[in-house]
Each structure stands twice: as C-alpha cells, then as structure tokens.
Design a protein around this ligand. Sequence first.
Ligand SMILES: [Zn+2]
Ligand SMILES: [Zn+2]
Length: 136
Amino acid sequence: MKDSARILSENKIRLTPQRLAVYKIMNDKKGHSTAEEIYEKVRESFPAISLATVYSILELFQEKDLVRQIRIEFHKSRFEVRIDDHHHFFCNECKQVFDVDMPCCSALEEGAVDGNRITHFHGYFYGVCKECAKRK
Ligand SMILES: [Zn+2]
Ligand SMILES: [Zn+2]
C-alpha cells in the first residue's frame, strides 16, 4: 500500500502535518467516518486543530478526488478514501455503514439509462445488517 504522504503529493496537495494526519486517519481506518469522528482522532495529535479546518481539508481532498462524501443519513456526511463507484448499506440498528459491491446491471453496461448518459451511480440500501440480525 502506498503511504499517505506519497498519495497526497502525487495529487499535488501541499503537505502540511494536519492534512497528512487527516488523510492517514482515513486511510488507516478505511470505512466511513464523519468529520466529527476524524476531528476527534486528529485532535489527539493536533489539539489546536478546529473542526472547521478538518472540514476544509476534507473539501480539498474531495476536490482532488481523494475522498468521497456519502450522505446515507440525511443530516450526516461521511467520508471515505474508497473512490470507485460502489453502493452503501446502512444498518438501522447499529447505525453502521457497509460497502456494497453489486454486479453490473444492464444500464451500467450500456452507460445509459432511458437514453441518458450515466457518469456515476450510487445506491443507498437500508435495513438490518447480518450481525444485528444474528443477535435477535
Ligand atoms: Zn447492524
Ligand atoms: Zn464505501
């Protein structure tokens, strides 16, 4: 796996310790974190950093296509370093978000739906995850 500093400089992002820390947290964890979660973690090494700074770093990463934002819950943005097209499943019980890799459907193979060209796609699924279902 490429190290975080290299990924940032390859994407022409000027390295600052804070940017590097934010990316590293996201890259180590994978998964889907809220800005607040990233902020809490990055504060362990940079106690003076503000949530606004974390948001602006995430915005920069998004512009450079290094992270993606997902809004599977209406009022909550989550960010992830996985940037290929994939869907998400939200568990109503444990509130976790899981990646969903789905087989290609005919619309995606054609790259068009109803004659409209698709540039990207994103499905949200809601329900009860395997682990929560087992516990019941
Ligand atoms: Zn669950
Ligand atoms: Zn994902």
